[in-house]
Design a protein around this ligand. Sequence first.
Ligand code: 6R9
Length: 661
Amino acid sequence: MSDKSTNIESLLKEKRIFEPPEEGRAAAWVKSLDEYRAHYRRSMEDPEGFWGDRARELVTWDRPWDKVLEADFHEPSIRWFSGARLNVAANCLDRHLAVGRRNKAALVWQGEPEDDVRVYTYQRLHTEVCRFANVLRKMGVGKGDRVSIYLPMIPELPIAMLACARIGAVHSVVFAGFSAHSLENRIRDCEAKVLVTADAVLRAGRTIPLKPNADEALRNCPSVSRCIVVRRAGNEVAMEPGRDSWWHDEMAADDITDRCEPESMDAEDILFILYTSGSTGKPKGVIHTTGGYLTYAAHTTQWVFDLKDDDIFWCTADIGWITGHTYIVYGPLALGGTSLMFEGVPTWPAPDRFWQVVEKFKVDIFYTAPTVIRALMREGVEWTRKRDLSSLRLLGSVGEPINPEAWMWYHQHVGGGRLPIVDTWWQTETGGILISALPYATPLKPGSATLPLPGVDADVFREEGTPAPPNEGGHLVVKRPWPGMLRGVFGDPERFRTTYFERFPGVYDAGDGARKDEDGYFWIMGRLDDVINVSGHRLGTAEIESALVAHPAVAEAAVVGMPHPVKGQTIYAYVILKAGVEGTDELRAELRTHVRKEIGPIASPEVIQFSSGLPKTRSGKIMRRILRKIAAGDYGDFGDTSTLADPVVIEDLMAGKKALL
Ligand code: 6R9
């Protein structure tokens, strides 16, 4: 039986309910299911009142709004807090200085080497951000200009983001695991003026040079005039005179002061762009704006993670993804919280590294991904037992559906059988969590993201655009705007409309499959489009296919997701070689290296099957459904194959797959 069917079976069988803990409930931001329901009801009956109140409670505005919400999902156009003005960095830093948090830890950074620890108080973080903002201003960066940031998980990354926010520049963070080619595409798309990068990434004891990728990318990026390089590893790097300079030199310059007036921004000015894979070959630059995003980040951090002043909050994501943007940087800092940032990986130098970090800093709230839990689960319980995890109060999960086995392990071995787990469903596009339990209010069903947050009008639609009855699978949609939602796709308004608002007019289509059970609980089934979720990271099949066909040996390629016990899904590529080329293991290795170079290591196919044809309809469309089944080793029922141009292809593909094993 494949892993997929095991998971689906156990999901369907899953009936256990875990009530919220009593301990912690009295002090919680939301204390009961009744309280949640009251908030929910109000948010639906009077959304502007509800969001106006939250925005006033959580954010400091330079000027109030004229109107809370003006939106039309048909056009689509979405405006929150029209006319209001604010600065995000001032909200994340300055205002906390005045209320007694000056000397509180804002950011606790644990580097990969055990002894590399830096603690930034709010005062110190403010100083660093102001100085770097001044560096950017000196280089001619101003309001609306784009700055690309290609950095590992070091404090300079959030400092650079907040510095952009301070002067009204738009940041575009590119995950440091992406290749030169991916970086180049992202810089070119947003026409960044400046790139911030580092000499190298430290990962699992190795030093992986990063600057050469930046150099390669910048060869074709005429918009970039300056490149600022952080020294992390101390390895030798080439510096291009006139273009490149060191972060530490720029920050130490005589004319760089600790003072930098924040730019007062319109609520709808762009805060950042973050690229994410879609179902075409080109990643989309998802646009988030200032007022709505910050309100939503603060709101969800407070309610979903029940963040209190004394907590240490550790979100293990990389800041190169939306989860790190919202729940390492903007949410916790907007609330004046303490955010832990970790440079390393879960299993190096040993599989207890995460638990060692929890023990060392007495982490209260821990937020990670199912793939991490499954990987650590395989290492055995001796690693969790070795460490004192008693500081933990609340656990979270994000990135993909969490299978009940992993949920139970997390609950038992990390949560000591007592802690609530918030399984949070959301996307790059949503800016923050949309469907999740509230830890002291919502009874949990392992494997379910539970209920929509207040203000979130989520539903499951049938193909024809009507609500699906309980327990029938369909399309996950959101029927009204929320403040944290994307405002567009950078440079491509048409793609914004067609991707999210076309299938169901007037409704946001998330691209995920889901069902709602008899209690209204959501069970997310995964992507319905051609996006693969590998270890919680989104990858477009079209992107990988175009990387493959760019190789001189390849005539055609089709890529699908295959179930994987740790990564959730992994990449399975069907490759048709050009005439006369032989499909050897060496060529497989070469193609993998090629994809790593084109996109990044996460996109490298786990399996490459050379084949002579693909299952195509008579109109030439590849039937991916069939390819997915063969990849999963599920040869039972291919469904309707009557439109196939050449049904024999299926036999060939099955034989080819068996020969691989
Ligand atoms: C935050 C983030 C978004 C896609 C999303 C869905 C999947 C995320 C999930 C989940 C089931 C959860 N996803 N959280 N599926 N349960 N709790 O991951 O953003 O990288 O844009 O990915 O991830 O398929 O559509 P992003």
